[in-house]
Design a protein. Structure first.
Length: 518
């Protein structure tokens, strides 16, 4: 922080000579008040150091004001512009006498509608003046910007402080030094105070235990820098720097503040992710664990993009036109990279629709295996041979997916064939024992279950055996099915039932025509 302030101060000192002589205006037209251009240009022109005629500048205020009051208001308006670093670009001022505001369609013009909409000019009796509302509000606006008065530093320091050095008065140099020192002290006090406060919360409150030393320091540092810079920005108008210098200082401070707020936001996102991670680990859906880092990354990207657009806006870049250009470019890029866009949309659909989750055993697109990762572009499946295949999300989203990893139960549906020579009573006993097996097994559901004599096939008498197994994973399903099949084999062996297999029997008839000829 100290190095940053020293560098900024040195940079300002090196540029003061070049900028301090730069006035808002170099020439002014005749004082006709025929347009917003003429009124604003005349007002500022006659308050410059080398063309100082405050009585002429005061003529841009509405008629009827006391001359001294008008001069005071005119000076305060310029001091507000200079203190806020608002540089009037005269080439943008309207020169039409009949100019109307684009929003309310009245004869108004506001030089800085976003920063100070209270200060504007309006047409009165065919001429353009600063509005009566502006005259009423200027004292309050000036007091907010200069709470101790615009000349309190001059009065504080000896008369020799009015001497100039490097294009600035000595009192201005002293003022900048004081502000820099105050900003440094403010930073150290806030940094220490916030770290102590966060440590106090961590010690006394269980829900703050996730804040480690590094995270506390990051929060305190970024917050303290932003607040110290804001404090310095509030004090800067009192130094009454040239408007271009003030503009540079304000923009520089705002940019650094935006960066610090962005870094603070990223730090808080990391802390939130770290805090919420244990919660996702205990939920039933394992997709939460995969979704969390993706959401973390997306929020960080959004914060960075917002910071970039805000900084561009501070630098007077037409953000609206830039966004329009980015949109057109994005459309062209999307057309050129349809597969990538398709995969991104597919990944979004997978996360929202949740056809599967991590560790589910699926059959999709001719591939079979366990889901190990779901990313922005592809889903990774570990196949039976332990090889990992990456399937594009745009493809897998359009495939029929057989998820063997969801549901509370699995079905065992087999056909048991016995020999035709098996007695009916024995078959009936075998069916009853199979039904008892379903009822007694701890991992099967009795309802619904179907064990019945089904059909007389070509080489066997078939028994339908269908029941549901209360498992929710593919490995458990295989184990329970194996156990049931072994039990079926043991029941058949115990009561003497033999399983059929495809056979062909050939019967030769006696007394055929070939035998009679012999």
């Amino acid at each position: 922080m100290i190095n940053l302030n020293i560098k900024v101060t040195l940079f300002l000192l090196l540029n003061l000579i070049a900028w301090s002589s730069t006035a808002q205006l170099r020439t002014a037209p005749e004082l006709t008040l025929e347009s917003p251009y003429n009124t604003i240009v005349a007002h500022l022109y006659y308050l410059q150091a080398d063309t100082y005629q405050p009585d002429s500048s005061a003529k841009t205020l509405p008629p009827g004001l006391d001359s001294l009051e008008a001069i005071e208001i005119a000076i305060k308006i310029k001091q507000i512009f200079d203190g806020k670093g608002l540089y009037v670009r005269i080439n943008t001022l309207p020169k039409e006498n009949s100019y109307r505001d684009t929003l309310n369609k009245e004869h108004y013009y506001t030089p800085f509608p976003s920063e100070i909409p209270e200060i504007y000019v309006e047409r009165i009796g065919g001429k353009w003046y600063y509005s009566p509302e502006t005259v009423d509000l200027v004292p309050e606006l000036h007091k907010k910007l200069y709470p101790l008065g615009s000349d309190f530093l001059v009065q504080l320091l000896p008369k020799k402080a009015n001497a100039k050095l490097l294009g600035l008065h000595l009192w201005q140099h002293v003022g900048m030094l004081i502000i820099t020192l105050l900003a440094i002290v403010t930073f150290w006090l806030l940094n220490w105070g916030l770290r102590w406060l966060l440590l106090l919360f961590k010690t006394n409150r269980a829900n703050w235990q996730f804040l480690d030393k590094k995270q506390r320091r990051a929060i305190a540092r970024f917050s303290s820098i932003a607040l110290a810079l804001w404090f310095a920005k509030m004090l800067t108008p009192a130094v009454q720097l040239p408007v271009r210098v003030n503009e540079f200082v304000n923009i520089s401070i705002d940019i650094v503040m935006v960066l610090m707020i962005m870094m603070l936001g990223i730090t808080l996102v990391n802390i939130f992710t770290h805090r919420i991670k244990p919660v996702t680990e205990v939920t039933e859906s394992k997709m939460d664990e995969q979704l969390l880092p993706l959401v973390n990354r997306m929020i960080k990207i959004a914060l960075i993009i917002l910071a970039i657009f805000y900084i561009l806006n501070l630098l007077n870049v037409n953000v609206t036109a830039l966004i329009a250009g980015v949109s057109i470019g994005g459309l062209a890029l999307a057309l050129a990279a349809q597969d990538t866009v398709k995969n991104l949309i597919g990944s979004a659909m997978i996360f929202f629709d949740k056809p599967f989750q991590i560790d589910d055993y699926v059959i999709a697109g001719g591939h079979e295996g366990t889901i190990v990762e779901v990313g922005f572009r592809s889903t990774r499946i570990m196949q039976i041979d332990t090889s990992v295949i990456a399937m594009p999300n745009g493809t897998i989203d359009n495939k029929q997916i057989n998820n063997r990893g969801v549901g509370e139960s699995r079905m065992l549906n087999i056909s048991i064939g016995v020999l035709y020579v098996t007695p009916p009573d024995l078959i009936e006993t075998f069916i009853e024992r199979l039904r008892a097996l379903v009822q007694e097994h701890e991992m099967t559901k009795n309802d619904p279950s179907y064990v019945h004599l089904r059909e007389f096939a070509a080489s066997s008498i078939n028994i339908m055996f269908r029941c549901y197994i209360t498992v929710n994973s593919f490995p458990e399903e295989l184990q329970i099915k194996e156990d049931l099949l072994f039990k079926i084999m043991r029941v058949a062996e115990e009561i003497g039932v033999e399983f059929a297999y495809p056979t062909t029997m050939v019967h030769l008839a006696k007394g055929s025509s070939s035998d009679e000829g012999k």
